[in-house]
Design a protein around this ligand. Structure first.
Ligand SMILES: Cc1ncc(COP(=O)(O)O)c(C=O)c1O
Length: 447
């Protein structure tokens, strides 16, 4: 995807106009005394002065009742303060530059913790707000939410280069891993990298304790070499949660093919910055609340329809039926013929925000985000004299500075302690200023 919008094309929007659209700056609506009271003192969306409620969208219609004890008024259910449909239509499918995309976020300065959770963009916040108002007023419908899930499924599929029929949806990673763990052939071995995030290996270890098969943990960089004929499945994160180390997926894929093993890739710390093609792996799972910026609770698994039919659908439910709306009651259930047979019914609030979040990533383009994120991480590594890894990652672990987290915190920077290091993650909404602040906080002479 080209990163620069072509001049004069319909979607060639500037950052300011994009945000104005999202803010629904219709000042023509009459204001009431309540409106004035409720908006007084609220910051401009650009105001990053931390804490407090979200900045009210300019022009928000706040003719509703004042909520006792909350100090702000609730918009009338019939008058949602935002026009997300129009905003998303305006954003369309055209490319966005990094700078334009950055205008759609309101981070406190120095948020360097996307490996814990990604920030929500305005389009996402507004989609959820509108959905809440629809829910509050009884306008929301399960069929409407299903359309959102369908669109998110297709968009995620495009991000990992598979059709929507290859994508199943659930709430968390471990739920999908449990489906796979149930299908591993008895008496075989599951090979797992040793510092894997627990959701990716916990279900295998439970089956191992039941005596169904063996689990063997090996160092990340030994996975391909440790493959043997008894291995039926190899499990690894594309980028490690602990320290951002990136797996050698080509070598792992080749070794798995040679030994006839399945591959399960946890791409939770990857999709959004790392270009991956799910066609290469038996299972690719991604909980989308980190580098994709989706509200927690929307997880995808890419799996071919053939493989989907081979796995027992142990979580079968109405939403995994071929005809969802005729699968509500027993006694018969015909499961979907594709990946959807492994769906769980969606937690609506998460999926409300999924479509705009995924589209934003798609519009900026994973390759451009990769360059941006990795560029910042490498600038930080250079400043800290941390060797640049052979395969680049936007997640950096700083070791050997015992009070690193407090030092970062003292400068208003957010990172997280993992293992014996402090983990910093650079993403779309970060910039060189964040890098310099982090270097100063950690005492680098190069800041
Ligand atoms: C690699 C990885 N996988 C999965 C998860 C989340 O797991 P779950 O969706 O089961 O909560 C995380 C959270 O940090 C993670 O880092």
């Amino acid at each position: 995807m080209s990163q620069q919008p072509a001049a004069n094309q319909p979607n060639d929007i500037t950052a300011t106009t994009a945000k104005d659209k999202l803010m629904n700056t219709d000042d023509s609506k009459p204001t009431t005394p309540e409106t004035q009271a409720s908006t007084a003192g609220r910051g401009d969306p650009q105001d990053r002065g931390g804490g407090g409620p979200l900045p009210a969208p300019r022009g928000a219609t706040t003719r509703g009742r004042l909520l006792p004890g909350y100090g702000h008024s609730m918009p009338s259910p019939m008058e949602c303060p935002c026009d997300i449909d129009a905003a998303v239509r305006e954003l369309g499918n055209g490319p966005l530059t990094i700078t334009e995309a950055q205008q759609l976020f309101v981070p406190d300065s120095g948020y360097l913790d996307t490996a814990t959770y990604g920030l929500l963009s305005y389009p996402t916040i507004m989609a959820i707000s509108k959905g809440l108002m629809d829910w509050a007023s009884g306008k929301a419908t399960p069929k409407g939410h299903h359309l959102e899930v369908t669109e998110a499924r297709g968009t995620f599929g495009r991000l990992v280069q598979v059709p929507a029929s290859h994508v199943a949806v659930r709430a968390t990673t471990a739920e999908f891993v449990a489906v796979i763990a149930d299908a591993v052939p008895e008496g075989t071995t599951v090979l797992i990298s040793e510092k894997e995030f627990t959701s990716a290996w916990g279900p295998f270890s439970v089956r191992c304790e039941q005596g169904r098969y063996r689990v063997r943990f090996v160092p990340l960089d030994r996975l391909a070499d440790e493959m043997t004929d008894d291995v039926s499945l190899v499990v690894v994160s594309a980028a490690q949660s602990l320290d951002g180390a990136v797996a050698d997926l080509n070598a792992i894929e080749d070794a798995a093919k040679e030994h006839g093993a399945w591959t399960m890739i946890d791409a939770t710390q990857s999709i959004g910055w790392q270009p991956l093609n799910a066609n290469h792996y038996t299972f690719l799972i991604c909980h989308s609340y980190k580098f994709l910026g989706v509200p927690r609770g929307a997880t995808f698994m890419a799996i071919s329809p053939d493989m989907a039919r081979e796995l027992p659908a142990i979580g079968a439910n109405w939403y995994s039926g071929e005809d969802i709306w005729n699968s509500l009651y027993g006694p018969s259930l015909i499961l979907a013929s594709d990946a959807r047979r492994h769906d769980a019914s969606p937690a609506w609030l998460s999926w409300l925000g999924a479509v705009p979040a995924l589209k934003l990533i798609e519009q900026v383009g994973v390759e451009a985000i990769n360059r941006h994120d990795v560029g910042l991480a490498n600038a930080f590594r250079e400043g800290m004299r941390i060797p640049i890894p052979r395969v680049a990652s936007p997640i950096v672990s700083v070791r050997g500075i015992p009070d690193a987290e407090q030092r970062l915190d003292g400068q208003g920077l957010r990172a997280s302690v993992r293992g014996d290091g402090v983990r910093l993650a650079f993403h779309l909404y970060n910039d060189q200023e964040d890098v310099q602040k982090a270097l100063r906080a950690l005492g680098s002479r190069r800041a």
